[in-house]
Design a protein around this ligand. Sequence first.
Ligand code: FAD
Length: 403
Amino acid sequence: MQRIVIIGTGQGGQQMAASLRQEGFQGEILMLGEEPGLPYQRPPLSKAYMANGNAAALLLKPASFYERSAIVLRDGVRATAIDRAAREVVTGDGARHPYDHLVIATGARNAPPPIPGLDAPGVVELRSLADAERIRRRLAATRHAVVVGGGFIGLEFAAMARAAGVAVTVVEAAPRLMSRALSPEMADWFLTLHREMGSQVLLDAPVAGVLAGADGRASGVVLADGREVSGDLVLMATGVRPNSELAEAAGLACANGILVDATLATADPAISALGDVAAFPGPLGRPLRLESVQAAVDHARHIARRLVGGASAPYAAVPWFWSDQGKAKLQIAGLLTGADRTVVLPQPEAAPVVLLFRGGHLAAVETVNAAGIHMAARRMIGCPLAQLEAHGFDLRAAMKAAA
Ligand SMILES: Cc1cc2nc3c(=O)[nH]c(=O)nc-3n(C[C@H](O)[C@H](O)[C@H](O)COP(=O)(O)OP(=O)(O)OC[C@H]3O[C@@H](n4cnc5c(N)ncnc54)[C@H](O)[C@@H]3O)c2cc1C
């Protein structure tokens, strides 16, 4: 294999290029990225970056890394088509880039609900460094932020905005916070935390439209039940949609993401997909798409081992995730999808540890500010319930006993 092209210069695209070299690939590597600049980390955009504005600290690697590793990075270039017959990627400037293998790492974009008024100045979203810069500039003059969406990004932003002295109202359509990814028990704990931080949190509160003042700027939102919430900044944080259109147009199967097999290959043996855009076989037999650094990084490493070393093992990394909200570092190991039993371990003066089981085996563990338990949980996912019960659900003790 002579030439590998990677579309997308985000977390997964960058790791893909780095892992190919680590595995010993000596051919050409070309990265094509729509965003300007070097690959950077997104997680701090809603956390530290909001407070310190330090863009240099976001870079995954300095420019010298790409030169030293002979990785050609073309930024500010959008891939517009994949010509599978010719094995070429077409870019917006009309150039054609031949590949022996193509990795699609195009990530996801925000998916605001179809409500009127979203184009009003003062309505913002948070996906890229450019978005974060825009919000930071506005935050200093913001008195009251309305956060639409009580998921991870909306709540991380809410905590940062409160710390900066901004009044915050979070409006969430579902009956609880972070409902797609968190147990009700842990979601309740975070609801209390955000209220203690001074945010107003409205649940069961779908937004019907953005309100605008006489100057046309956003002045808040109107809820489906007619209530109005005023604010001079409206952050839309209502989830994302995978950037799979390129793959779809090229005839690759897509269903909420590019469908890949257990080795993260598409049906075209010359094309793989990873990270936020890839839907891979999940534990319940259904395709699973994860929006996390861990998935993007582990996918990239797995594909690199397959392409360079010919490894054919199925992808089986334990998923893990974190979210920093105020003083709370939430960490999740495993996946709570399909969980049929919950064990809540109350902690004195702290958040509970929540263990979720599926079919008698440990499926996920949620902790707050408990790194040791989280690390043990990553090792113990899949462990039979009875084995943990024998140790009073003390994961570290069970892990030591199993070692
Ligand atoms: C504000 C924020 C906070 C987050 N916090 C956390 C966290 O705490 N923990 C965690 O695990 N995850 C977090 N995430 C999620 C994490 O950043 C993503 O899961 C991860 O970046 C996915 O990597 P990726 O390579 O799949 O996509 P991305 O990193 O999004 O990269 C995709 C890149 O592809 C580019 N692209 C798309 N289409 C094209 C095209 N046609 N041509 C060229 N380039 C294209 C995009 O512009 C983008 O640069 C956060 C995300 C955001 C936005």
